[in-house]
Write a protein that binds this ligand. Sequence first.
Ligand code: PAF
Length: 286
Amino acid sequence: MKQITDILQLKELTSQYRSEGRSIGFVPTMGFLHEGHLTLVEKARQENDIVVMSIFVNPAQFGPGEDYEAYPRDLNRDAKLAEQAGADLLFTPSATDMYKGAQNVAVHVKRRTDVLCGRSRTGHFDGVATVLTKFFNLIKPNRAYFGLKDAQQAAVVDGLIEDFFMDIELVAVDTVREEDGLAKSSRNVNLSAAERKEAPMIYKALQKGAELIRDGERNPEEVVKAVTGIIENTSGVIDYVELYAYPELTPIETLNGKIILACAVQFSKARLIDNIIIDIDEWERS
Ligand code: PAF
């Protein structure tokens, strides 16, 4: 695996790969890699000739009170993991190179951001879309890989690629889970032993919601009520349980088509998010 920090070198290498007819899969990350990221690399490895991973803690997506400085960083460990998972090229630019001088343009995301986690993180997805536009322009990947644990981010990227006519296939990869169903997350280590026991209830609650839909419930409020009722049995405080059309993230009166049922729950030192995406029409056909 090659590890580089230089933007010009990245452009030269990726344009060489393209001119040799090699397909490029891109896995953007902010580092401190966990199994979720490595699954994205493995999937990219299967589907592309070259796998490029970026590690860049993007200042533009952190709000004023958020932890940009404190965000965990361990580049040596990450580089080993990225190589083991099958990355060919690891790009780790500096913030001053990525945002050289006064910036003339930033991307503003107009839809899909005023719900779920975006509601409380003003400007976050503008920062994500801006940095991804930079990376996509530099690397020009054939495919870009995102985990569905952050399904709102995947929805925003879907909109970015569509509206800006980017010639990139978005590959959204299923959430990686522990054996008891808890979505894998670097935040899980902040759960107390008692909370760790309760936390799988979140996915069980979402599955109960999905089961109600499969059994014919088409009123979103009833599904949200049932999921909320189950999560309320934990010591976590519910931030939201919401249900929308996916990837549009618009409200629906009667459940149909592709939907997302998502929640965020605050435990004492960890805020956990999870979701289930269901294609109801497909279920009805099967
Ligand atoms: O999901 C992340 O880690 C970041 O939002 C991303 C996509 C790497 C952009 O900085």
